[in-house]
Design a protein around this ligand. Structure first.
Ligand code: AHR
Length: 504
């Protein structure tokens, strides 16, 4: 067995962890909203129909921020349909997913849910089929205290205090041919600039996210980002990235090494944004928002046009996640942390039922999928400053990326609490002994070693067996003068918590 070697040093600092990296996404799609987070009449529903079991799991997941209401859904959405007396709201055909949208749940219900979930909201405006004035009016409805028609309308709807939403998405995936109202990069860049400008006339303090490419495989990837930023640079703070990894689209080793692709994608977007910065001679740096990411068995997806209009929310892309998928999710979070100096917003897509860490049954229980665990533990433990780790060791061969390291990792150091946490994956299918060298921290001690792995890498949780896969505590390795060895089973995710002398 070839060993890997990992050393960490407090001097290898990247950036502080931004809590917004641990965001999620709620879209009006399938059963994410209806029978996901909202189910009046469910035994666990509160007086507003919000499922308290899902709220509790959302808090346990450690979600910091939630993007709403889409997604592709937003490009056909009129936000006005979802406010005011519930009995007077229109039934509409949702153009994205071809489902009847009853509008029983809308903006104010979402904000109530977000308050109970203790998450920040990230609101998307429709730039597919609507434009500048509707976007500005939504900011007015949400963020102005009163004294204008739409702020007063919100008050009339029973919400006296402004929602004060900080972070706004200027549309969704506008480069995608599937997007209602999709457009060219130039058209979108101009529209994003004009909408952003108007929205900031209403509330100059909001932060704006322009749409990047729908994924790095889009034919216009790279040129889309450059053109959009050339038009909108002064009006936006973030550029979005979306990326999903399909276990059935590539060979198994390439799937397990998906974080190699995410590293490359993030690096390319940073380079493109900085190219435009140089070209425009600006000093501001654009930040990145990976506001849709996950594992998604996308090759199983049926296009909405290929099925009849759905009258009721139905089971759409309710992927069951394996231990391997959970390791990949943990590794994608490692990649995100590694780019914490530029990537400061992340939204795992989605929160409930739709490619989600939380699953529910209508009228029945809610449970944690395998991917819940690395997310929850990373969100809970990654506090402080991200540190680059130096790792050498065995390589694995992949069809897509050639030879890549089997072991990947990042560290997070909180000198105030005297804690260092190492997040490590073995993405290879052989065990790897890992030699740790933490001598730069003085005389640290490992306090806890959490592992997600299974003899069956295809093991999953289900309504019948919701705790089939859970993280377990491995025997605590003893550090001898800052050095020790731990064994990483094949396809495994790890969090190693260490106390380090406070002065480090
Ligand atoms: O998250 C599911 C869908 O994937 C979103 O609606 C869209 O933005 C993306 O293509």
């Amino acid at each position: 067995m070839e060993a890997a070697h990992l050393s960490a040093d407090p001097a290898f600092a990247i950036a502080p962890v931004d809590r917004r990296l641990f965001g999620s996404f709620v879209e009006h799609m399938g059963r994410c909203v209806y029978t996901g987070i909202f189910e009046p009449g469910h035994p666990a529903a509160d007086e507003d129909g919000l499922r308290s079991d899902v709220l509790a799991l959302t808090r346990e997941l450690g979600v910091s921020l939630v993007r709403y209401p889409g997604g592709n859904f937003v490009s056909g959405y009129r936000w006005e349909d979802g406010v005011g007396p519930a009995g007077e709201r229109p039934r509409r055909l949702d153009l994205a997913w071809r489902t009847i949208e009853t509008n029983a749940f809308g903006l104010n219900e979402f904000m109530r849910w977000a308050g109970r979930a203790q998450v920040e909201s990230m609101m998307a405006v429709n730039l597919g089929t609507r434009g500048v004035i509707e976007a500005a009016e939504l900011v007015e409805y949400c963020n102005l205290p009163g004294g204008t028609a739409l702020a007063d309308l919100r008050r009339k709807h029973g919400v006296a205090q402004p929602h004060d939403i900080r972070l706004w998405c200027l549309g969704n995936e506008m480069d995608g041919p599937w997007q209602t109202g999709n457009m060219t990069a130039y058209e979108y860049g101009r529209l994003a600039a004009r909408a952003g400008h108007a929205m900031r006339k209403v509330d100059p303090t909001i932060e704006l996210v322009a749409c990047g490419s729908s994924n790095s495989g889009m034919p216009t990837f790279g040129s889309w980002e450059a053109t959009v930023l050339e038009q909108a640079y002064d009006h936006v703070d973030y550029l979005s990235l979306h990326q999903y990894y399909d276990p059935e689209k590539v060979d198994p080793a390439s799937f397990r090494a998906s974080a190699v692709d995410l590293d490359e994608f993030i690096g390319s977007v940073i380079a493109t944004a900085d190219h435009v910065r140089a070209k425009l001679r600006r000093t501001k740096r654009i930040k990145l928002a990976l506001d849709e990411w996950n594992v998604w068995y996308q090759s199983r997806f049926t296009e909405p046009e290929d099925r009849p209009i759905a009258e009721e929310p139905f089971r759409l892309i309710e992927d069951d996640y394996t231990v391997t998928d959970a390791m990949v999710v943990g590794n994608l979070l490692i990649s995100m942390l590694r780019h914490a100096d530029r990537l400061t917003v992340g939204c795992q897509a989605q929160l409930a039922n739709i490619i989600a860490p939380i699953r529910t049954e209508p009228g029945g229980p809610a449970w944690r999928q395998t991917i819940f665990h690395p997310f929850a533990l990373t969100a809970a433990l990654a506090r402080g400053t991200v540190l680059r780790t130096a790792v050498t060791g065995p390589m694995m061969s992949t069809g897509r990326f050639g030879a890549v390291p089997s072991v990947d990792s990042v560290a997070v150091h909180d000198p105030g609490r005297g804690e260092l946490v190492l997040f490590v994956v073995n993405r290879g299918d052989h065990p790897v002994p890992l030699n740790l060298d933490l001598r730069a921290f003085g005389n640290p001690e490992v306090t806890e070693h959490l592992v997600l792995a299974d003899a069956d890498p295809q093991a999953r949780n289900s309504v019948a067996e919701p705790e089939r896969v859970v993280p377990r505590r491995a025997p605590q390795p003893v550090l001898d003068g800052g050095r020790t060895t731990v064994l990483l089973p094949p396809i495994s995710w790890h969090a190693l918590r260490c106390t380090v002398p406070a002065a480090s």
